[in-house]
Design a protein around this ligand. Structure first.
Ligand code: ADP
Ligand code: MG
Length: 729
């Protein structure tokens, strides 16, 4: 009986002590760090000097690698990998499934006299050709022209993954169709890097000063996740198929006491975290912080930021290792945005900034007037970018799962605005001639002249409710979902800021001829800020007043994925994609198609899982409870004919009426699921149908089922309960 499985699981968890770490001989951090990465040190050791220099240049600038040195790089990489036990290599890519993909090839090659040698050529390093037919393309290619190819991304270093019986060399790649159309999440990111690089270098070099050659975005990602004991998780079909619970009555205690946040870390969990970190360090992933999060059973891991193309890849590895190492520890790691109703969900704060090849953070307020001028230009560009393309930022974090979080008072609302902090707000106000900047500054400030104050790091309190907050030297995009790849949000940030940087350069160019550069810049900054300041907001983003105020300001409030998705191909966004070369119109349209399809499939799977669980687990438990009561009444009546049985009769009536309600809700949802039309696949119509009919029908079914959970004898209930999943460890 399933309910006894539940009990057995709880007993087993209670009997278990903390697990020993899988590998105790760890060595000092400075030695193990990066030992599984083909990093700068290994490259220098193994490559001829000229090839080494060219490779480093390519890695830093993203420019294509001189094919003449490809063979040398491949040979060095192979030797390094083989010495470390590798037998296979794989191009590793990020198709539009949200996961990573890999197809392993061994280095094995046969000579004519049947000897084997390890072979890995430059062309095998640079290009691979997996069968693309089963990856989503949104109509970019049909199965008969299924060829796609993977292309080495030299900006993200190759690394080794150890399996139970051997080692594999992983080579980060981008994935394109034969005609060069992007079929993955990496290609647009790389293109957006090129766009922002170009635009930022162009603007910086207009300002004079040291010559800047290269600019790239940096991101640091704070990964939240839940842990549930596997013995409990495996008894829940919803966790297996959907990564979240589709049923579950509220536990008596959730996160109300706020006693989990930054609390002492449970020993079993700590052992797991230490295993994860050890593996990450070996892979050159600088895991830095770990802590308990707000919800019971919720945790966070944050590495030190890196170049975006590297961070995005490393985050995919982090998520994968969090999942697989959890299994080893008898745990299930839930990366879903909302695993438990009524309990905080998980996000992934995306800390974003721009850096140049001189090592400067372009969003770091400078201490000299020149630095301040540059900083304010980049800040102005970001403000303009967010105001013009808030809808696109919203789309970049839209998913069925994230709909449960955004606007639910645990994550920012769907209205995208910017929090600057009081210091910078003061600067903006002063620039707009509204107030002076503190007592020591009189009147309006002028950029680049002596009245321009040094801008120290803002030490005022953070605004935790803002979707896009300036945090001293970077922006924190807080609406990103925990399970998603951050390739899209980062691509969008790069692209929209690139567009605005170009706008500023254009303006400087067109006005610059007559006048002092600083005056011209001042004028442009003031004009641009005046036009776009409506996107700045420092109050409580969770409040109803803000919703009303934002509407008055004309800011978009795209409440759910269905409302947000069509904006992906709105004219101003297509124009942006085309001018930054991030997507062609055809690519953008096909991506929309994939996003719609993903959404609808997710909702369909949740619906189908719900109906199965109700039919085969929840209804039968309710009926058993009903039978129990009916028997009790009949037998008691026989034994004691003169006794009133009001209590049991009321209970029997109650469960009986809930059973009727449950079966009618079940039927409703089954009907909706049957009307899924294959012809609508990938359309916004199907997305709307899901939102308007499937989701409400599922919510209704859940409502009844959760009430039944609170009526049924605990020993008959087949599903692990919220309190058990959240607290048994
Ligand atoms: P908090 O929880 O207060 O937001 P954390 O320390 O958890 O702060 O996370 C901050 C993240 O921001 C870290 O990953 C950090 O490396 C990253 N970060 C710091 N500076 C930059 C930068 N210039 N660009 C991108 N990310 C950055
Ligand atoms: Mg944060």
């Amino acid at each position: 009986m399933p309910s006894s499985a539940r009990r057995a699981a709880i007993q087993a968890i209670a009997a278990q002590g903390p697990l020993a770490p899988t590998d105790t001989d760890r060595g000092p951090l400075t030695e193990i760090y990066g030992s599984m990465v083909f990093n700068e040190r290994s490259q220098r050791q193994r490559l001829p000097k000229a090839a080494y220099k060219k490779l480093r240049h390519t890695m830093q600038t993203g420019q294509s690698l001189d094919p003449a040195i490809a063979d040398a790089v491949a040979a060095a990489m192979r030797d390094w990998a083989v010495e470390n036990g590798a037998t296979h290599f794989t191009h590793w890519f990020q198709p539009m499934t949200g996961q990573t993909a890999e197809k392993h090839d061994s280095f094995l090659s046969l000579t004519s006299d049947d000897h084997i040698i390890n072979e890995f050529s430059g062309s095998a390093l640079i290009r691979g050709e997996p069968d693309a037919s089963s990856f989503p393309s949104g109509g970019l290619r049909s199965t008969f022209e299924a060829r796609g190819y993977t292309q080495w991304d030299p900006t993200s270093p190759a690394f080794l993954r150890k399996g139970p019986g051997g080692v594999t060399l992983f080579i980060p790649t981008a994935f394109c169709s034969w005609t060069g159309e992007a079929l993955d999440k990496k290609t647009p990111l790389l293109r957006s890097e090129e766009a922002v690089n170009h635009a930022a270098v162009r603007l910086l070099n207009k300002l004079g000063g040291e010559k800047v050659e290269n600019v790239y975005s940096t991101i640091g990602l704070e990964q939240e996740y839940f842990l549930v004991d596997r013995r409990l998780a495996d008894l829940r079909p919803d966790l297996l198929s959907c990564g979240r619970t589709l049923f579950g009555a509220n536990p008596p205690k959730g996160q109300e006491l706020a006693d989990n946040y930054f609390g002492a870390i449970n020993e079993r969990v700590l052992g797991y975290m230490q295993d994860v970190e050890y593996e990450l360090w070996k892979l050159g992933i600088p895991a830095k912080t770990r802590h308990n999060e707000v919800a019971p059973g919720q945790f966070e891991l944050a590495p030190i930021f890196k170049k975006a193309t590297v961070s995005v890849d490393q985050n995919m590895v982090i998520m994968e290792l969090l999942r697989t190492i959890a299994e080893r520890h008898g745990l299930k790691c839930l990366m879903h945005e909302k695993p438990f109703n009524g309990i905080n969900g998980s996000g992934k704060h995306n800390n974003w900034s721009l850096s140049d090849n001189l090592g400067r953070n372009l969003l770091e307020p400078g201490s000299t007037p020149e630095d301040s001028l540059q900083f304010l230009l980049f800040l102005t560009a970001t403000i303009r970018a967010v105001d013009r393309h808030a809808d696109l930022m919203r789309v970049s974090v839209a998913s069925a799962a994230n709909d449960h979080r955004l606007g639910a008072n645990e994550a920012p609302p769907a209205i995208i605005s910017i929090f600057l902090g009081s210091q910078l707000e003061g600067v903006v106000n002063a620039l707009l001639g509204r107030e002076s900047l503190g007592a020591s500054h009189v009147g309006e400030i002028r950029l680049g002249v002596s009245a321009m104050p040094p801008l120290p790091r803002d030490i005022t309190d953070r605004n935790r409710t803002s979707p896009f907050a300036f945090t001293g030297n970077k922006f924190e995009f807080r609406a990103v979902g925990s399970s998603q790849s951050t390739a899209y949000p980062t691509t969008v940030l790069n692209a929209i800021v690139a567009d605005s940087l170009n706008y500023l350069s254009d303006e400087i160019e067109s006005r610059g001829a007559n006048g002092n550069l600083k005056d011209v810049v001042h004028e442009i900054v003031v004009e641009t800020l005046r036009k776009h300041e409506r996107v700045l907001f420092s109050g409580d983003n969770y409040s109803e007043q803000w919703t009303a105020e934002a509407e008055k300001r004309g800011l978009p409030n795209l409440k759910d994925t269905a409302t947000a998705l069509p904006h992906f191909v709105a004219d101003h966004n297509i124009a942006l994609f085309e001018s930054t070369k991030v997507f062609t119109r055809r690519e953008a349209e096909s991506r929309l198609n994939v996003m719609c399809e993903n959404y609808a499939q997710q909702i369909r799977i949740e619906g189908a899982t719900s109906t199965q669980m109700v039919s085969t687990l929840i209804l039968p438990a309710a009926v058993r409870q009903q039978t129990l009561l009916a028997h009790s009444i009949a037998e008691t009546r026989q034994a004691l004919p003169d006794v009133e049985l009001h209590a049991q009769e009321a209970m029997l009536r109650e469960i009986t009426s809930f059973i009727m309600e449950l079966s009618s809700s079940l039927k409703k949802l089954e009907d909706k699921l049957r009307s899924f039309d294959d012809e609508d696949r990938g359309t916004i119509d199907l997305v709307n149908f899901c939102r308007d009919t499937v989701i409400p029908a599922r919510a209704e079914l859940r409502g009844v089922a959760d009430k039944i959970e609170d009526l049924v004898d605990d020993s008959l209930w087949p599903l692990p309960k919220y309190r058990e999943m959240l607290f048994h460890r």
